[in-house]
Design a protein around this ligand. Sequence first.
Ligand SMILES: NC(=O)c1ccc[n+]([C@@H]2O[C@H](COP(=O)([O-])OP(=O)(O)OC[C@H]3O[C@@H](n4cnc5c(N)ncnc54)[C@H](OP(=O)(O)O)[C@@H]3O)[C@@H](O)[C@H]2O)c1
Length: 310
Amino acid sequence: MRTRALGQTGIEASEIGFGAMQLGNHEWNGPDTEESIRLVHEAIGVGCTFIDTSPVYAYGRSEQILGQALAGRRNEVVICTKFGVWPDATLDYSADRIEESVTGSLERLGTDYLDVVLFHGLPPDRTAAGLAQHYKALQRLVDSKLVKAYGMSFEPPNVDELRRYVEEGGVSCFEFRFNPLAQHTIALFPELQKQGVGLIGNVPLESGWLSGKYDASSTFDIARDRWTPADIAHRAALVDELRAMLPEGMSLPQASLAFILAQPEVSTIIPGIKSSEQLQANTKAVELALPDELVAAIRALGANQAELPW
Ligand SMILES: NC(=O)c1ccc[n+]([C@@H]2O[C@H](COP(=O)([O-])OP(=O)(O)OC[C@H]3O[C@@H](n4cnc5c(N)ncnc54)[C@H](OP(=O)(O)O)[C@@H]3O)[C@@H](O)[C@H]2O)c1
């Protein structure tokens, strides 16, 4: 497994990271505690050491399970978690509760520091004045060595807003969606590079669509019940178009992940992992170097599409 710099944070992230939202998560039909712990250990064994979680994932259980799995192994991984969405799924982005949230994460994760902490979603007031106290609270956590770096996990609506977070707030990384079916965020990439900030690519398989196992007749429950029949038909058609571009024998999920990693602005990608098979298949994507023409063709697929709703 190769690593890439997470912007200028000083943090090295494995190119394929570990999306831990599914750990112990019944709504995703995710692995139970024992299997989750085994998966985390297996991931470390193959160098998949950038772990993305949040207080709300599986209502706190994702962080708790990671804490169990990482006992005595903390220094082998990079932990990225978030604040703003609480373990009971309530939303509260108050600046004066960031420390409380981080303390809760530290306890559940059984550690005394976090590598990265991100705003989890869009805070209600994103003006400079609305975020000033948040930046101060985050900087205090960095100064007291509880946190190494902080950033934002949402798509800034435009380049100017992205730049403002970096210049006003010292934000050093972002986490948002970019994959062959959802390429609208590529408009932000030149500014990411100019500012030297890292990008954690989430939802790299478009919530499972880029596994290739879903089609227009697929149905989804709980965690993925947000798509209308029209959304499902649209995604199915795009997947067919993408699949037709791949040389025979090339796996769709691996090609999708390799395409994302072909973008130098991306520091790490964090597919959600439910099984050993998925972990092994996803981490092997680093061995796949896509021909330039294929990367260009997949870019063109995205350029011709309207933004794919979440
Ligand atoms: N900050 C945020 O707001 C935010 C939002 C969403 C996600 N995230 C983070 O991003 C991570 C990834 O997002 P995600 O899990 O929603 O989407 P994803 O990575 O695009 O899709 C993950 C799902 O795809 C399927 N899958 C994964 N690897 C596969 C493989 N090799 N072959 C076949 N199927 C495979 C699994 O589900 P099935 O087998 O059930 O299809 C898995 O749960 C999360 O774990 C979380 O850490 C962050």
